[in-house]
Design a protein around this ligand. Structure first.
Ligand SMILES: Nc1ncnc2c1ncn2[C@@H]1O[C@H](COP(=O)(O)OP(=O)(O)OP(=O)(O)O)[C@@H](O)[C@H]1O
Ligand SMILES: [Mg+2]
Length: 253
């Protein structure tokens, strides 16, 4: 039987009377690169933050790696790597110090920590720049450092929240390649984005989210079939427009 890595049941978040995540039912299997696609304000980050036990859900259930991340936070956190939308690095620390700080939070020490820092920096292509202060890095390098900080404890689930926004195409391609590589090496991936092309290029299945609700979920082929009766020519952009009446691109910065 396929192993379910994440299952949310009627997951809901309200701020006051505003429902920002509305009865979301997700099921993500081991080995997937699962895409969560939606425009600004759809509720993607709020969903990821609830899954990673940062934002408390108003209602519903989360089963992450077979556990309740709100009740067994410590065990679950050790097994996931969360790369948040907002950069979580310290400008006044050197690249390697940033990675060491975050990796050590997972209880990794001594020689293992040293090796892990080297490996993480190498992984994101920043070995040569390891001794530079993070504040002097370009946007793309900061994003890559952000990733290095979240992978040192070798998580089995990686959660990326819009890791390619506002960066150069080279860094963007590098990050996408690395995500595929991590997946090939055994990690399950959740990838949040409002870029159709990226989601289509790397994801095994895609959930389309709008206004806190899941509009549709399936492979890119299945999503296209839903609206176009198997017309191969249709783009995910058109699928989104048909399902929501909105243009996804209007939201892209
Ligand atoms: N702490 C908060 N208090 C009140 N409203 C909030 C809070 N956090 C998020 N929201 C609202 O919840 C909605 C969903 O926000 P969220 O950040 O989850 O969207 P998103 O899909 O990640 O968007 P983006 O693509 O811009 O990152 C937005 O309308 C946002 O204003
Ligand atoms: Mg977001």
């Amino acid at each position: 039987m396929e192993e379910i890595i994440l299952r949310t049941t009627d997951l809901t978040k309200k701020y006051g009377s505003k429902v920002v995540v509305d009865s979301l039912n997700l099921e993500i299997k081991k080995g997937e690169i699962f895409g969560l696609l939606g425009p600004n304000g759809a509720g993607k980050s709020t969903t990821m933050n609830m899954i990673c036990s940062i934002t408390k859900p108003t209602a519903g259930k989360i089963e992450l790696l077979g556990k309740d991340p709100w009740k067994q936070k410590k065990e679950v956190i050790q097994r996931i790597g969360y790369i948040p939308q907002e950069l979580a690095i310290h400008g006044n620390l050197k690249a390697w110090e940033n990675v060491e700080l975050f990796t050590s939070l997972y209880g990794i020490k001594g020689e293992e920590l040293r090796q892990s820092v080297d490996k993480s920096l190498e992984y994101v292509g920043l070995s040569e720049r390891r001794s530079e202060f993070a504040k002097n890095f370009s946007g793309g390098m900061k994003r890559r450092l952000n990733i290095a900080c979240a992978i040192g404890h070798q998580p089995e689930l990686l959660i990326f929240d819009e890791p390619t926004v506002g960066i150069d195409p080279q860094s963007r391609n590098f990050i996408l390649e690395k995500i595929k590589e991590s997946n090939q090496n055994g990690a399950t991936v959740i990838y949040t984005s409002h870029y159709m092309e990226e989601v289509e290029a790397i994801c095994t299945r895609i959930a389309i989210m709008d206004n806190g609700k899941m509009i549709a979920c399936g492979t890119s082929q299945e999503l296209k079939q839903m609206v176009a009766d198997g017309n191969e020519e249709i783009t995910l952009e058109e699928v989104f427009l048909t399902l929501t009446g909105k243009k996804l691109r209007d939201y892209a910065e």
